[in-house]
Design a protein. Structure first.
Length: 420
């Protein structure tokens, strides 16, 4: 692309529908509906220390005193609607006893997801949000033995410890779908049963429970969209609900086949993952989505603006995504593509708080890099973060990561990065 194109792209504006979704996102922020809390300042560095084992839950028995907890502001995918999880006293671990086992956790998670309402809101084409995290309904604290290890690490000079902050390989799920993942789980579970490996078989049985609950959760959204479409009199809103019903139902078990389905699959994954209270990075969004966009574009099923809007909704729904663009491919060639531009354009029309990393290097498409710098300067939010890809990759190699894996590195947290 030429620099003259950048000037045109810099004047991009959100359409009427996306502007309504941006307005809702701003309202959630200003009304403190997505606030994130910690119970002590030490947690900000030493994630194992203090009273909390995770970010301080908003409600439940592990929530911090409202007068003492520290508000980190609009930093969360959780949308507060007030009150505790309505079925907290019916959680399996509350009725049958808490155990730190995969099966006990999976029973709680499946119950929690089954009793979490599907949200399909006006003007949305990408859906999925939650109102409570699992830790608001299930008791969780790290054992004292693990806390001791954290204290010893601190005495040795560790600058801090962070749980998760990984980058799950979403390409696996995008290629297999939930039924494909479920098949792999069941095959491995049966193998471990045959081998007599009870511990691994129990873990995979729990994984099976979780996967099935996620599939039910997705189906609930399709059913909700069907009902809304039937009852909607506005043609535009009805078309949106029908779009959501079709898209979500297509990915209940099968892998996504279109860009819209891929974006929706990712949104559901990040939702059901974040419900567990973690905060991961999710990899290289442009590389994940490009095959879907390329296919849809060649078949004239989607144009660039429609693709941009889908990605913009992904940003608005989650609120604080850790995604990477650019970087290099397996052969150490510039990996930026048209989807890289679209992902950056999607932020350009939404702006505000987000965590997007442009992985630059000396051979990057100069126009793309210049556009990224232009976006940073105009929006005044430090987004996208300009991340040196070569330093990230080389540090992984220095740490012992194989070359065949180190190339696929990604920005995955405030100052964190890892291979996908």
């Amino acid at each position: 692309m030429k620099t003259t194109v950048i000037k045109q792209i810099s004047t991009l504006e959100a359409d009427k529908r996306i502007k309504k979704l941006i307005s809702r996102s701003h309202e959630l922020a200003t009304e403190h509906k997505r606030d994130l809390y910690v119970d002590n300042p030490e947690f900000l560095v030493y994630h194992w220390s203090g009273e909390a084992a995770a970010f301080s839950p908003n409600t439940g028995e592990l929530s911090a005193d409202t007068e003492k907890r520290i508000n980190l502001g609009d930093h969360n995918a959780r949308v507060d609607i007030g009150g505790e999880f309505p079925f907290i006293n019916e959680m399996p671990s509350k009725k049958n006893g808490l155990k730190y086992t995969p099966g006990n956790w999976a029973e709680d998670y499946a119950f929690f997801l089954d009793h979490s309402p599907p949200e399909v809101l006006p003007n949305e084409k990408i859906v999925g949000e939650f109102h409570w995290m699992l830790e608001e309904a299930r008791f969780f604290q790290y054992p004292e033995s693990q806390r001791d290890l954290g204290r010893k690490a601190r005495e040795l000079g560790a600058g801090g410890i962070s749980f998760t902050h990984t980058a799950p390989d979403l390409s696996i799920g995008l290629s297999l779908g939930w039924s494909g993942l479920l098949k792999k789980i069941r095959n491995r579970k049966n193998s471990f049963i045959e081998y007599g490996n009870k511990k691994s078989a129990e873990y995979l049985a729990a994984s099976e429970t979780v996967a099935l609950s996620i599939m039910r959760y997705i189906e609930k959204h399709a059913e909700k969209a069907d009902i809304l479409a039937v009852n909607e009199t506005d043609p535009e809103l009805r078309a949106n609900y029908e779009f959501v019903a079709e898209t979500t139902r297509a990915i209940v078990s099968d892998p996504p086949s279109t860009l819209a389905e891929a974006v929706q699959w990712i949104q559901f994954f990040t939702t059901v993952e974040r419900i567990n209270g973690h905060g991961n990075g999710y990899g290289r969004l442009d590389q994940l989505l490009y095959p879907f966009y390329k296919k849809d574009s060649e078949e004239e099923k989607i144009n660039r603006e429609e693709a941009r809007n889908l990605v913009a909704e992904l940003y608005l729904k989650y609120g604080g995504n850790y995604w990477s663009f650019g970087g290099k491919d397996r052969n150490q060639k510039d990996a930026s593509n048209e989807m890289s531009w679209i992902c950056l354009e999607a932020y350009d029309i939404t702006g505000g708080y987000n965590h997007l990393g442009l992985m630059w290097h000396p051979d990057i498409d100069k126009d793309f890099f210049n556009y990224g710098c232009d976006v940073v300067a105009r929006h005044n939010c430090g987004t996208p973060t300009l991340v040196n890809y070569d330093i990230l990759r080389n540090s992984q190699l220095k740490s012992g990561v194989d070359e065949e894996d180190a190339w696929n590195v990604s920005y995955s947290g405030c100052q964190w990065y890892c291979v996908v």
